[in-house]
Design a protein around this ligand. Sequence first.
Ligand SMILES: Nc1ncnc2c1ncn2[C@@H]1O[C@H](COP(=O)(O)OP(=O)(O)O)[C@@H](O)[C@H]1O
Ligand SMILES: [Mg+2]
Length: 288
Amino acid sequence: MSKKKETRLRHIVAVSNNKGGAGKTTTVLNLASAIMRRGYRVLVIDTDPQCNLSLSVGWDTQREGTRTEPGEPTIFNAICLGQNIPVYRNDIGLYYTPSSPRMEDADVHLNSADVTDPVRVLKSLFAEPIDDHTGEGLTEWESSFDFIFIDTQPAMSRVTVNVICAADGIIIPVELEPLAVDGYVKTIGKILKIKKVSNPTLQIHGVLLTKKDARLNSAKSLEEMLREEGDVFQTTISRTNDVPSSQDRDFDPQPGVCHDIFSYRHGRSRAAEDFILLATEYLKRWGK
Ligand SMILES: Nc1ncnc2c1ncn2[C@@H]1O[C@H](COP(=O)(O)OP(=O)(O)O)[C@@H](O)[C@H]1O
Ligand SMILES: [Mg+2]
């Protein structure tokens, strides 16, 4: 199923936009799933205290335990307690690192005097071994994953800056809606500043236009404007109720069950087609 080890070249990809509702979590979940279904080994990491991605990949937040009775580790343990990044695997074979509501406290920790390089804590963790909860004996990053997609908070917090500093590339999902496009201009400005100061080799992989309603003239003109400005993926993601429905865990609240668009209605959705096209377009970047 997975590609041969010698062809493996790990890419760490941040998915970021300051604005909530832009489609970051949906993009990480479904692009990662589409690429995994093409035979690659893919890890998704959630850094948002809202834990939407964690829940969508099948993480049960109860597994983390409580403050007094610790359970299984999350990204919080890695970023704030100096442990290795924990990796789990769900029913469709997607590897994941869950977030925690405690990530609300991560910025305070990163700003504290005992953190010597507060923007590179996450980056340094990729040099450490993996805390393997998959039972597969994963030990080191280089041979374990082809792609690592990191979902970010809807804010340019210290945690988000850490993600962008740890990344080789970045995807910026933008909802095709006038106010969201305004927010994008601010986001790209901040990303370019972080690139210049802290991560000069960061590649802008592209802007992904999400929740597109092709019937709206406003969507068409916004799309034209954004395409004139910069690097926008040819593929766009259609607006369809199948996306929120697929993420609704009331359908199957069992732990370990993935709520990607391909697991919903056997993948018979316009959005599933869009994410397959996006994966094809994205993989071409590496000649795959
Ligand atoms: N293509 C789409 N069509 C319809 N709803 C969508 C689409 N993409 C995302 N959504 C919905 O919009 C909301 C926000 O999306 P999400 O991916 O969580 O954004 P973010 O992570 O940027 O806050 C979610 O309820 C999600 O189900
Ligand atoms: Mg999100």
